[in-house]
Design a protein. Structure first.
Ligand code: FAD
Ligand code: SF4
Ligand code: SF4
Ligand code: SF4
Length: 488
């Protein structure tokens, strides 16, 4: 293979990424979900202007479908608020690889063992004299403890992800003060950003970075959790954390393992652990550690492999030399499932749009007054003329079988604020109503949600949801069936 062919094999190609994006069907549904329902639409009308089956709905202040959407994606791609540029989604980089370790002691680590293998290579080659890693706190199982390490043996011991914030930068500064001169720093994107800022902003820290060269190895990161609350939940589910050897987030699930190559002893959906998520992660838009020299993650590559981006020249040279010297196997950029990286990258970038939205949480725990009522009968004529065929509210249900709570997420799906909104719930027992309860919300802004915890004695049935406003009269009436998971 000629030098050019060898280079081309690993070359990052903007055309390649653009083609992948072109192939994606970013349809009206995504425009609705990401831009309109999140309230960030500027009402510029571009989407309606570029599509024959979209028209501008002046009443609702948003586009409206008048025919069949072909999923061509033009509206989505022309909208000024969507993020469609791959560089915006995953940062700039020189080359990409799928990688996995060749070091026997590292196989079976977190994913492909690429991070630890790179540290081993860097120590063996005397390219670094220290590395900053995160290990498990010996006194508190699975709590992160950032550490300065100076050997390959300790690098191997650092394998594995701990899904919690680690004070890595403190250890980095200690290492510089202790006169280490070339340091590999492993951290989440937020850790990498801190180092990047210290290395480039004149706030008194630059002199430290004159003394030491720092190689930034960033981990992909979708979210981290508060160990205090997350681990308390695990323990309340009977999990002995001291027996857990691996934690892993994969395809929307959080898995706990007692054996490295075994089946998980317990798995949770990420959604169910949302309340234990670190609040800072809600404001984070960087999945792939865009400011690192080398970024390493698992999304986009198969099991026991890593997706790796070399973002700086030194990053690319280190990965390719580590592969040449047998520490790693690397496959070219084409092996990366780029759509998976772009999809998750976009999910992270747009998740911030929902943050500012207020959520009203209500848990019904008191018996309510029987007098609470909303006029019976269908939706009022006034509401019909205001909302047309649209539903004023959308309802999503989730049954917590253990706590016997039916969680109802009610969203304002009209393009304006609903004032003095009365929402009434009642269990439907054959033809009779039981446990009626009503709440009034002064203002529910467009696409804001109301989360109601409604206690149910029996785990199967139906609940009637009705809503009215002073202005429009009755705007919504629907009965929602619920049943335990296995019966659905
Ligand atoms: C909080 C968190 C969230 C993540 N979310 C995703 C995700 O959504 N998608 C994805 O593709 N990948 C994610 N990753 C990265 C993934 O878990 C692996 O770290 C990555 O794929 C590298 O795998 P590896 O086999 O090379 O790791 P290994 O070779 O086992 O090396 C892991 C390295 O990570 C370091 N480390 C462990 N925990 C922390 C921590 N809390 N802070 C800083 N450094 C740490 C260790 O010191 C070790 O050096 C996340 C990692 C973390 C820590
Ligand atoms: S047809 Fe194309 S432009 Fe029109 S709504 Fe569907 S995806 Fe958008
Ligand atoms: S193109 Fe985007 S910002 Fe403009 S009206 Fe349509 S959804 Fe809103
Ligand atoms: S999601 Fe962002 S803020 Fe949270 S740990 Fe990851 S990089 Fe840091």
């Amino acid at each position: 293979m000629t030098e050019n062919e060898e280079k081309g094999k690993y070359d990052y190609s903007f055309d390649y990424i653009s083609k992948k994006l072109e192939g994606k069907k970013d349809s009206y549904g995504m425009l609705m979900k990401e831009i309109i329902r999140t309230g960030i639409c500027t009402e510029c009308g571009t989407c309606a202007a570029v599509c024959p089956v979209l028209e501008w709905d002046h009443l609702m202040g948003q586009p409206k479908l008048t025919g069949k959407c072909t999923g061509c994606g033009i509206c989505y791609n022309q909208c000024p608020r969507t993020i469609t540029d791959p560089i915006e989604l995953m940062g700039e980089f020189k080359t990409g690889y799928v990688a996995n370790t060749n070091i026997p002691e590292v196989i079976g680590g977190q994913d492909g063992g690429t991070v630890v293998s790179l540290l081993c290579y860097l120590f063996d080659e005397h390219l670094i004299d220290a590395a900053i890693v995160t290990m498990k706190d010996p006194n508190k199982p699975w709590y992160p403890a950032a550490q300065i390490i100076t050997s390959k043996e300790d690098a191997i011991k650092s394998a594995g992800s701990i899904y919690a914030h680690s004070q890595t930068v403190e250890s980095l500064m200690d290492a510089i003060r202790e006169d280490y001169r070339s340091i590999a720093f492993v951290g989440t994107p937020c850790n990498i950003d801190a180092v990047e800022k210290m290395m480039s902003s004149p706030a008194g820290m630059l002199k430290y970075f004159m003394r030491a060269h720092v190689l930034k190895i960033g981990l992909f990161c979708m979210d981290s959790f508060s160990p205090e609350t997350l681990y308390t939940r695990f323990e309340s589910d009977g999990i002995d954390l001291s027996k857990i050897v691996k934690m892993d987030i994969n395809k929307g699930k959080f898995h706990l393992y007692q054996e490295l190559n075994g089946e998980p002893v317990k798995s949770y959906t990420i959604r169910s652990l949302h309340k234990y998520k670190s609040s800072s992660c809600n404001f984070c838009v960087d999945l792939t550690a865009e400011n690192a020299d080398i970024s390493v993650g698992s999304v986009g590559s198969g099991p026991n492999k890593n997706t790796v981006f070399a973002r700086s020249g030194i990053g690319a040279e280190i990965i390719e030399d580590a592969a040449k010297k047998g520490y790693l196997t690397i496959e070219p950029f084409d092996a990366i499932n780029l759509n998976a990286v772009l999809f998750l990258g976009k999910l992270k970038k747009v998740s911030q749009y929902n943050i500012q939205k207020r959520k009203v949480f209500i848990v019904k725990d008191q018996p309510s007054e029987e007098s609470a009522r909303i006029e019976s009968g269908p939706v009022s004529e006034k509401a019909k003329s205001a909302f047309g065929t649209r539903r004023a509210l959308s309802v999503v249900k989730a049954l917590n079988e253990k706590e016997k709570i039916l969680k109802l997420t009610i969203t304002n799906t009209v393009g304006f604020t609903l004032e003095d909104l009365k929402v009434r719930f009642a269990l439907i027992d054959d033809v009779f109503e039981k446990n009626p309860w009503m709440t009034t919300i002064k203002e529910l802004f467009p696409y804001e949600t109301l989360e109601i915890g409604y206690p149910v004695e029996i785990l199967e049935g139906a609940v009637l949801i009705e809503a009215s406003t002073e202005e429009h009269g009755k705007i919504f009436s629907r009965s929602v069936k619920f049943a335990p998971e296995e019966k659905k």
